[in-house]
Design a protein around this ligand. Structure first.
Ligand SMILES: Nc1ncnc2c1ncn2[C@@H]1O[C@H](COP(=O)(O)OP(=O)(O)O)[C@@H](O)[C@H]1O
Ligand SMILES: [Mg+2]
Length: 230
C-alpha cells in the first residue's frame, strides 16, 4: 500500500468546463478551470455574483459532474465512479457547509449532526450520540444539544452545520458563503472554526465575498465570468 504524503495533491482540477445547458451557445458557467489543492491547505474562492463559485464548489465536492474535464481525488477521477461510490465519497471524505445552514427544522442539533452517521449501520445508538456530541463540543455547542434550529441564533445554526460537516472526519470541507447571513463577529468565529481544521491536517475551501476572510486563507482563487483570473 502506498502511503499518502502530507503535501501530495489532494484534488486536481483538470481543465474543467461546465455548461448548464449543454447545447446552447451561451457562455459556459465555468471554462478551462485548472488548479491543484494540496492536503492541509486553506483556500478561498472569490468573485462577483454569477462568476461560477457555487458551480465550482459543487463540482469539487462531487455534487455536479463537469461537462468536460476531470476531477482527481487522490489521483482518481471521481466522476468515473457510479452513484453508490460517489455518495460514499461525499459521505466519508467530504463535508459541506452552506450559507443557509440546511439544517432539518424538525430535528435537534444532535439529531441533525447524527444524520450523516446513519449510513454506517453498525453504529449503536450510544456511539451515534457520542460521536455527534463530540462534534458539537468541538464547535462550542455542548449546551445546545437538544435545541432545534428555531431555538438557536444564526451563528449557532452554522456551528451545528459545521459539526455535521465534520462528524465523519472528512478529508476536505467545502463552505459556500458560510458567513453570508451572519454579523461580522459570528462570521469571524465561523472562519476561525473552519481554519482550525488545517491544524488537523484537513483541507478547507471557502467561498466568500469578504476579502478580509479570503486573505486569512493560504491561497485565493479568483473567478471572473467562469474563468480563473490572477
Ligand atoms: N441551475 C442553473 N441553471 C442555469 N444556470 C445556472 C444555474 N445555476 C447557476 N447558473 C448560472 O451559472 C453562472 C454561475 O453561477 P454560480 O456558480 O451560482 O455563481 P456564484 O456562486 O459565483 O454566484 C451564472 O451565470 C448563473 O446564472
Ligand atoms: Mg454562489
Amino acid at each position: 500500500m502506498t502511503t499518502y504524503q502530507k503535501d501530495d495533491v489532494l484534488l486536481r482540477v483538470a481543465d474543467i468546463t461546465y455548461r448548464y445547458s449543454p447545447k446552447s451557445e451561451e457562455v459556459p458557467a465555468l471554462s478551462n478551470i485548472q488548479f491543484d489543492i494540496n492536503q492541509a491547505e486553506l483556500i478561498s474562492i472569490v468573485g462577483q455574483s454569477g462568476s461560477g463559485k457555487s458551480t465550482l464548489l459543487s463540482i469539487l465536492g462531487g455534487l455536479l459532474k463537469p461537462t468536460s474535464g476531470e476531477l482527481l481525488y487522490k489521483g482518481t477521477n471521481i466522476y468515473k465512479w457510479n452513484d453508490t461510490q460517489l455518495s460514499a465519497h461525499r459521505n466519508q471524505n467530504v463535508g459541506f457547509v452552506f450559507q443557509n445552514y440546511f439544517l432539518d427544522p424538525m430535528f435537534s442539533a444532535i439529531e441533525n449532526v447524527q444524520l450523516p452517521l446513519y449510513v454506517n449501520r453498525n453504529m449503536t445508538k450510544s456511539e451515534l450520540f457520542l460521536k455527534a456530541k463530540s462534534a458539537l463540543v468541538s464547535v462550542g455547542l455542548e449546551h445546545r444539544l437538544n435545541h432545534r434550529p428555531s431555538e438557536m441564533s444564526g451563528g449557532e445554526c452554522q456551528r451545528v452545520a459545521i459539526a455535521r460537516a465534520i462528524v465523519n472526519d472528512p478529508e476536505i470541507v467545502f463552505a459556500d458563503e458560510p458567513t453570508g447571513n451572519l454579523d461580522s463577529k459570528n462570521g469571524g468565529l465561523i472562519i476561525d472554526l473552519l481554519s482550525q481544521f488545517k491544524q488537523a491536517n484537513k483541507t478547507v475551501v471557502i467561498v466568500t465575498h469578504n476579502l478580509d476572510q479570503a486573505k486569512q486563507c493560504d491561497r485565493m482563487i479568483r473567478l471572473l465570468d467562469g474563468r480563473i483570473v490572477q
